[in-house]
Design a protein around this ligand. Structure first.
Ligand SMILES: *Cc1c(COP(=O)(O)O)cnc(C)c1O
Length: 471
């Protein structure tokens, strides 16, 4: 087969030059540059379907969907075409004081497919901003309803809602969030549904969702102080692919209903088919009051986000111009037409590919692989929801002891997998398997086999004890 990416390759000189400029000029996210700067970066220059290609033309399976967002593969002709067609009209116009057809059409479409009760779409740029919007809407809603004392949120430990300060205030990952504590608003935290290391010391068979009931307890304790409860439905993603037990989301919805408190569902990671349904909330027939979506919204093509909300929230913001009810919030690129065109095309591909109908077989296949991996002596736990999974490696399977963070075991395993033609990224010692939904069964096999081989290759060495040269 001829290489379709000849023109995307770089000469060794170009590559060296760019690597040098990368070290000199670029500050990468979530990256310790004292380490990064010691090696040449892997440069991705092209993609096609479920593959990405590096500067030398090497091909890799995109095992993390280019950070959890790619759905239908790279360079989908339908999405490419929709963006190009929109480019032929206009690349950007604003939502402030003006309307644009792609944003209107997409909003209508989103309301059609979203959980019942959601009727309005507020656009923003990325997952974090969609949470900022949800948070501010929830707070202002109570303010407009003359309950301004409802100024607090309940979130879950190990939650990740983004990196802006409001989203960080709702976040429960110590490693990322602790140093910013003095800057954050106060949030009440309920336990994470992390069954493998249950924070309540219970066991799954008999716990009766005690962790979800802690949300109820916090609502009781903070009577009339809570504006909303925020959750990642079914799967706490960045916290380590922590799969909540069935009924967890529903139970939290019930506690919210009993207290008349809003529920914010952060489906930035779980939305758009990732869990097997279009939205994770559907698995438990839950309708949130605010729904945050982003990553998969454009098929993973362009930055775009939305916060969907109900008529009753929307209505509290209506009033005369001097009523103080206007939602004074918006971003420059809110509702960008290229992003909206991509999102509309992506939703069309969901239909033409019958993406959701094809998922059960893949989900089942992934589950079979994970069952085998669970037997691996280095693997403590496997967690899956649809086509998102985490494989947690441990130093001692009996005691569930983890490797020290400094050993960067997850990162080493993922680095090894590159040599096997797979791009993946860990969350601490949890290896994330999250391919584009379009992935073929064969490539799903290759992907999980590569994870397995990498675990087996990297860990026996480390278990033998030395940590020389690891820093
Ligand atoms: C990625 C993510 C976010 C943040 O999205 P950004 O686009 O990175 O700002 C928020 N919530 C969840 C659940 C996520 O996975």
């Amino acid at each position: 087969m001829s290489d379709p990416f000849q023109s995307n390759r770089l000469t060794p000189d170009e590559r060296r030059q760019l690597a040098d400029w990368d070290r000199r000029f670029v500050w990468h996210p979530f990256t310790q540059h004292a380490l990064w700067n010691k090696a040449d970066p892997l440069m991705i220059t092209a993609g096609l379907g479920e593959y990405v290609f590096d500067a030398d033309g090497n091909r890799y399976i995109d095992g993390h969907s280019s950070l959890w967002c790619n759905i239908h593969g790279h360079r989908r002709p339908e999405i490419d075409r929709a963006i190009v067609e929109q480019l032929g009209r206009i690349a950007h116009t604003t939502q402030l004081g003006l309307a644009s057809p792609p944003a209107i059409r997409l909003a209508r479409r989103l309301i059609e497919i979203a959980p019942a009760g959601l009727t309005k779409v507020f656009y923003s740029d990325d997952g974090s901003t969609s949470l900022e919007v949800a948070c501010k809407l929830a707070y202002a809603y109570w303010h407009h309803r003359n309950q301004p004392r409802r100024d607090r949120f309940i979130a879950l430990r190990e939650a990740y809602h983004g990196d802006t300060l409001g989203a960080v205030s709702l976040g429960g990952i110590d490693l990322f969030h602790r140093i910013y504590k003095p800057l954050l608003f106060k949030t009440e935290f309920a336990p994470s549904p992390y069954c493998y290391r249950c924070p309540l010391g219970k066991c799954r068979e008999t716990c009766n969702l005690a962790c979800a009931d802690e949300v109820g307890r916090l609502l009781d304790e903070n009577r009339d102080r809570i504006a909303a409860v925020v959750v990642e439905p079914l799967m706490q993603a960045a916290g380590g692919m922590i799969a909540a037990p069935p009924g967890h989301l529903r139970r939290i919805r019930e506690h919210c209903d009993r207290h008349g408190v809003l529920l914010i569902a952060d489906e930035v990671a779980t939305g758009f088919g990732r869990t097997g349904r279009l939205f994770a909330c559907e698995h438990e027939s839950v309708s949130p009051d605010l729904l945050c979506i982003s990553k998969g919204l454009t098929g993973g093509y362009l930055p775009l986000a939305a916060t969907l909300t109900t008529e009753s929230i929307y209505e509290t913001f209506l009033g005369p111009i001097d009523s103080g009810r206007t939602f004074y919030h918006g971003h420059t690129f809110t509702g960008n037409p290229l992003g909206c065109a991509a999102a509309l095309a992506s939703l069309d591909v969901f239909e033409s590919d019958r993406t959701l109908d094809r998922l059960p077989a893949k989900i089942h296949r992934l589950a079979e692989h994970l069952r085998r991996l669970a037997e691996n002596p280095h693997v403590g736990d496997v967690r899956q929801c649809g086509l998102m999974a985490g494989v947690e490696v441990v130093r001692d399977k009996t005691t569930r002891e983890s490797y020290p963070y400094a050993m960067q075991v997850g990162a080493r395993i993922c680095y090894h997998a590159r040599g096997l033609g797979v791009i993946i990224r860990p969350l601490a010692d949890t290896i994330v398997i999250m391919p584009p939904l379009v992935i073929s069964p064969e490539n799903l096999n290759l992907l999980v086999r590569a994870v397995e081989q990498s675990i087996n290759a990297v860990l026996p060495d480390l278990s033998r004890g030395t940590t020389d040269g690891l820093e």
